[in-house]
Design a protein around this ligand. Sequence first.
Ligand code: C5P
Length: 293
Amino acid sequence: MKSLSANAYAKINLFLDVVAKRTDGYHDLESVMQSVTLCDTVSVTLGDNVGKCEIRQSMEGACLPCDETNLCYKAAKSYLEHFAIEQFDIDIKVKKRIPASAGLAGGSTDAAAVIRLLDALYEKNSTDELLCEIGLRVGSDVPFCMLGGTCEVRGRGEHVKRLPSLAPYHIVVAKSNDESVSTKLAFDRIDNTDCYARPCMDFYDYVKAVSSGDRQSITHGVYNIFSSVMGDELPAMRCLVERMKQYGAQCAIMSGSGPSVFGVFATRDAANAACEKLKRDSFACVCEFCTNA
Ligand code: C5P
């Protein structure tokens, strides 16, 4: 029996624009994604039962289905299929801390961790490029989650380019318990409207600001197309953004297709103070930007 564990980090979008609808039904994005220290812990065990073909899963801390729809299961399947591994006895355990359906890539980051852990357990030593390709079959955010840190992300999510690390940044991530969003529905809303706020900075200028660590432009230029398209349907999300700003955030905005919100604070103490107030009626935690691996 062989077993390995890893932390799987949540992602936020510092910049997220949708630039085109593709012929495959997906959308082309322009995004700067950042992994943060809020994380799940994923453990994968290869059992000794040769001749089996079984994937077992268990989740601690969340009511997510442990069936074939779970992204961890899909990730293991995608990996096994790629390497034509026909006999397997795999046990996946996830300790969930990242809120689900929140725009934080909780499922995608667990899936990326499963793929990396399987690659280590099967001693394949695959390239990041191949692992991202296997991950993309599971979900559009999986390639970014495979690399983590600070990245420019384009296309459906398959073009991921590392940018210099931004740490240390102190942030609060919060989510109302009363709202959740279907990613597909959020993209459908974009297809059916052209009435939304445009970014105050061009995407490539924003990437330049991130590359040079220009904190003022990074916080001033945060953008998420979904926040104006979905805003009217997510009053609790809007309220969290306003409260974060009121509690001293240098910027606060929704992450991904929502409804989670993150705010950037000048110091860890300022983040802690805001978090204590938000925690009274919502999920809230203080975390930092992760550095590149
Ligand atoms: O790739 P993933 O399964 O996470 O995407 C969920 C849904 O979000 C897709 O079925 C699609 O409707 C939408 N999506 C999209 N364009 C992307 C990513 C996701 O339209 N780049």
